[in-house]
Design a binder for this molecule. Structure first.
Ligand code: FES
Ligand code: FES
Length: 149
């Protein structure tokens, strides 16, 4: 069946199978930054924003995106550039495979939490795994981006 999705402010049409997930539909539309990892809702690689909330596209049916604002990395270029600068500065950009989902989660967190504690930041980011960095560089970058002392 054909469905309409609004992605980064632009209406798109995509043909999906029954039960197809949003990650797969976005890939068909060329959004290759929406990564696939565990496909069990554990790693956060496939995170997109659905009406501004971090959402695992590997376990969200594509039809659940109908009528919602779907945001991928491409739709947040200004904030992505700001965060990428601090991430690079802290040496936390290694293979980069986790970066799209992680970055979108951080951007959503900045909008949602005002003056978060370190524990609140860690809790918000629990679902975004990284196999390379050991997390300390990422945490330093997030603190700088969030302007947390
Ligand atoms: S691929 Fe979606 S949570 Fe791992
Ligand atoms: S930088 Fe490689 S998985 Fe995070």
């Amino acid at each position: 069946m054909e469905i309409k999705l609004k992605i980064n402010g632009i209406n798109k049409e995509v043909t999906i199978k029954e039960g197809e997930y949003l990650q797969s539909a976005l890939k068909k539309l060329g959004f290759l930054n929406v990564r696939k990892g565990c496909e069990t809702g554990s790693c956060g690689l496939c995170t997109v924003l659905l009406d501004g909330k971090p959402t695992l596209s590997c376990s969200t049916l594509a039809v659940r995106g109908i009528g919602k604002d779907i945001t991928t990395l491409e739709g947040e270029s200004v904030e992505v550039a700001k965060f990428a600068e601090v991430l690079t500065g802290e040496g936390a950009d290694q293979c980069g495979y986790c970066s799209p989902g992680f970055t979108l989660t951080v951007i959503a967190m900045k909008r949602e939490l005002e003056s978060p504690t370190i524990d609140e930041i860690k809790h918000y980011l629990t679902g975004n795994l990284c196999r390379c960095t050991g997390y300390m560089g990422q945490l330093r970058a997030v603190k700088k981006y969030m302007e947390v002392k």
